[in-house]
Design a protein. Structure first.
Lengths: 228, 187
């Protein structure tokens, strides 16, 4: 074998990929051949020198410089990140926005008269009439109109954006309501009513699920107390 | 580490730029060192290393998340440095070697106020000589030597970074070693 063939073995050795046989041959040759010994020594020294070079580190402001040079991110992402970092505030503000939105839209939901469905109620223009001698069962809700009570209501009366006329103006006691009478005419009142109503509905839903639609007296009492 | 990088990359993909700062922070020294040893000059190295990170950011959507991020990043940096070496513009930096002065730089024209300790000067000189000899290597040998002995990467990784067969990488390392041996034999 000639010397330059051992050179290949040297590189195999330096790559740590030499077979045991080649390694044995190389070692034997190096003990005999001074010039190959020198060659091998120089290669090893070169590697040691290169490996021994001091580690260099990037300048301190490197990262900020890179970040400043990046193309600008979309604003959307910044907002999203803010939301991610403030989940509680996000939830609260989202709730408020939705709440206000539906409350206000509920208040402004047109100027049309609407009334709860009871078969014996009479609607005349903007006035809903509980006829004399009749008993209306359940709560009566009137929106954007007045309610004239000549007969009897077996439940609560709620008038939103309107007024309650009990029977003849001069005979206020002619009509009879077993429950409460409420007139709601301002946004704040409306909001309060809305909140209470929503809470009631949520509780109702919850209770409905539990009792499978069975209305218990206890709940009714409880709801009445919320109402007050 | 890989898991963190993957998480950050996914955040960057969603458009969160801040997540990229952490990636830069993790790899800046490695990339800077790679560029510095390839180019032999701090200013150029900083430029190239910054450019590498910017390109990686811009092209992050094309990165295959199942591969090693460092391999991809080193490939970008190495290619940038090789391009830079090939079309080396006559840029002037204070620590660039003044031609025909055998290692003198523009800094040596500026009088220094404080005398450096003798030992430091000597070790600095040795470092400078080695760096100078690395810089004299043709760029195809320089890149493999730097990746192998400065960044201490495996031959397989180097073959991935340079996108060339393992056999070619080995041949280049052998030739690079031989060339450096010749240049450094008298040090």
């Amino acid at each position: 074998m000639k010397c330059h063939e051992y050179e290949a073995y040297m590189h195999e050795y330096l790559d740590e990929e030499i077979s045991t046989e080649h390694e044995k041959n190389l070692k034997q040759h190096l003990q005999q051949c001074v010039s190959c010994q020198k060659h091998f020594h120089e290669l090893s020294k070169t590697i040691t020198l290169v490996k021994g070079m001091a580690t260099v580190t990037a300048p301190d402001d490197f990262t900020s410089k890179v970040m400043n040079k990046l193309p600008k991110e979309k604003k959307k992402v910044g907002i999203q990140r803010w939301f991610r970092h403030h989940p509680l505030l996000t939830a609260a503000s989202l709730f408020l926005i939705l709440m206000m939105g539906s409350v206000i839209s509920g208040w402004n939901k047109g100027q049309d008269l609407s009334v709860s469905k009871q078969p014996n109620l009479i609607v005349k223009n903007d006035t809903v009439i509980v006829p004399e001698g009749e008993v209306v069962k359940g709560d009566v809700v009137v929106r954007n109109g007045s309610l004239q009570i000549e007969g009897q209501v077996d439940g609560n009366v709620i008038v939103i954006n309107g007024e309650v006329i009990k029977g003849n103006k001069y005979m206020a006691s002619a009509g009879q309501v077993t429950g409460e009478i409420k007139e709601i005419n301002a946004v704040f009142e409306w909001i309060w009513y809305y909140l209470k109503n929503t809470a009631k509905e949520v509780v109702n839903l919850f209770e409905d699920n539990e009792t499978e639609g069975e209305q218990s007296q206890g709940v009714a009492v409880f709801l009445n107390s919320i109402d007050r | 580490m890989d898991a963190i990088i993957k998480k950050r990359i996914n955040q960057v993909l969603k458009g969160d730029q801040n997540a990229y700062a952490e990636i830069v922070e993790l790899y800046k020294d490695k990339v800077f060192q790679l560029c510095y040893r390839m180019l032999g000059n701090r200013h150029e190295a900083e430029d190239m290393a910054q450019e590498a990170f910017i390109r990686a950011y811009v092209n992050i959507a094309s990165f295959n998340i199942n591969l090693k991020f460092s391999t991809w990043l080193y490939r970008i940096a190495t290619n940038l440095c090789i391009d830079r070496i090939r079309k080396k513009k006559p840029d002037f930096y204070l620590d660039a070697e003044v031609s025909g002065t055998d290692g003198l730089t523009m800094y040596s024209q500026i009088p220094s106020d404080t005398a450096l300790p003798e030992e430091e000067v000597e070790s600095m000189e040795l470092q400078d000589i080695i760096q100078r000899e690395i810089s004299r290597l043709p760029e195809k040998y320089r890149s493999v030597i730097v990746l192998k002995y400065i960044e201490e990467l495996s031959l397989n990784e180097i073959s991935e970074i340079l996108d060339m067969p393992l056999g070619t990488v080995k041949t280049r390392i052998h030739r690079g070693r031989e060339a450096l041996r010749q240049q450094l034999r008298n040090v």
